[in-house]
Design a protein around this ligand. Structure first.
Ligand code: NAP
Ligand code: GDD
Length: 331
């Protein structure tokens, strides 16, 4: 019989890639979605919407999570839902703590009550390492979060470990470093850069305003990272894993790589703007994913330059499409 999976955050970047992967692996896929007052477009999963079952609910609402688990009868639950934008976590710290942190307990408790044999994946983050205590960061590195988001993720990590140890649930925390794609939200730095590079190249804009150009991140491709999530839940014993490329680059290098891909000099367009500086910064992230390599056989297939080029190419096509649509409307 086909395995069943419930994905919270199915409408997000990772949720869409994971849903595709699980469908390709023969799963019956269920996804938790929030109500919206405007018609929901579910843009990232439009192409597979007829193949998945969407269930209404919210990470802040215990009953809806319990109902989703009763309805989906999943073998595996992937908790990807979160207020995931670090900058917003300073302006909405309590909301972030509720959804990104406490939401994990709500879901784990629903699993405990409905069926403790369900396998659980928690989307933990390299933001937990924050002001890093060790380079590179690995599963045993101490946490030092630097944002309300990072603090909420530390809570989510430890409650996952705690439910594993308290109740014997097959619960895994995946400590994933930054991962990107053409489906990345427009507010995150990679996509903000690649989308604006396309607009500048096509004559629709003439500057790109950014914050800290010195921060270093270990950027990988989201498609590779959802494969790691699935592999983690196929292990006989639940364990926690770091997923990363093992390479780090500055935001400046990202900018240079994106602009040069379309033969532009970034220095002519990029302006620093205090609006995009953070109250506390995570200066350097670089992960050691050797445990995942050894136990899961996981390794990344897309490197930094390929990733940036993939995203610029996709945004060039998207902006051209937007220009065509606009010219049809104005005709
Ligand atoms: P994303 O694109 O921002 O997607 C977040 C998802 O969570 C969306 O589907 C969103 O639904 C949903 N959501 C937000 N608040 C919710 C609530 N109260 N109830 C139910 N659903 C809610 O994030 P992502 O990049 O795919 O990341 C997936 C997960 O991995 C997140 O937990 C993130 O914190 C974590 N993570 C990401 C990275 C990364 O680099 N991408 C690295 C480490 C960890 P709407 O569409 O309705 O907004
Ligand atoms: N978003 C953004 N916008 N970031 C900027 C900008 C800007 O204009 N200018 C510089 N940056 C810097 C940020 O200060 C940060 O150091 C870096 O670019 C990356 O920022 P984001 O792309 O917003 O990602 P993040 O690293 O804060 O968080 C992402 O990765 C985490 C894993 O480490 C998110 O996906 C989190 O959900 C995830 O947990």
């Amino acid at each position: 019989m086909a395995k069943r999976a419930l994905i919270t955050g199915i409408t997000g970047q990772d949720g869409s890639y994971l849903a595709e992967l699980l469908l390709a692996n023969g799963y019956q896929v269920f996804g938790l979605v929030r109500r919206s007052s405007t018609p929901a477009t579910f843009a990232r999963i439009k192409h597979i919407q007829d193949k998945v079952t969407l269930i209404g609910g919210d990470m802040s609402d215990q009953t809806s999570l319990q109902n989703a688990i009763i309805q989906a009868e999943p073998d595996e639950v992937y908790n990807l839902a979160a207020q995931s934008f670090v900058q917003t976590s300073w302006s909405q710290p309590v909301f972030t703590g509720d959804v990104t942190g406490l939401g994990v307990t709500r879901l784990l408790d629903a699993i405990r009550f409905v069926n403790p044999r369900i396998r659980f994946y928690q989307a933990s983050s390299s933001e937990m390492f924050g002001k890093v205590q060790e380079v590179p960061q690995r599963e045993t590195t101490s946490f030092y979060p630097r944002s309300p988001y990072g603090v909420a993720k530390v809570y989510g990590h430890w409650i996952t470990v705690n439910y594993r140890e308290s109740y014997g649930i097959h619960a895994t925390s995946g400590m994933l470093f930054n991962h990107e794609s053409p489906r990345r939200g427009i507010e995150f730095v990679t996509r903000k850069v690649t989308y604006q590079v396309a607009r500048i190249k096509l004559g629709l804009a003439n500057e790109l305003r950014l914050g800290n150009l010195d921060a270093q991140r270990d950027w990988g491709f989201a498609g590779d990272y959802v494969r790691a999530m699935w592999l983690m839940l196929q292990q006989d014993e639940p364990e926690d894993f770091v997923i990363a490329t093992g390479e780090t680059h500055t935001v400046e290098k990202l900018v240079e790589t994106a602009f040069s891909h379309v033969d532009l000099d970034w220095k002519q367009y990029v302006k620093q703007d205090p609006e995009f500086m953070r109250p506390a910064e995570v200066d350097l992230l670089i992960g050691d994913a050797s445990k995942a390599g050894k136990l899961l056989g996981w390794e990344p297939s897309v490197n930094f330059t390929q990733l940036v080029h993939m995203m610029v190419d996709a945004d060039m096509a998207l902006v051209k499409e937007e220009m065509r649509a606009e010219s049809v409307v104005s005709d």
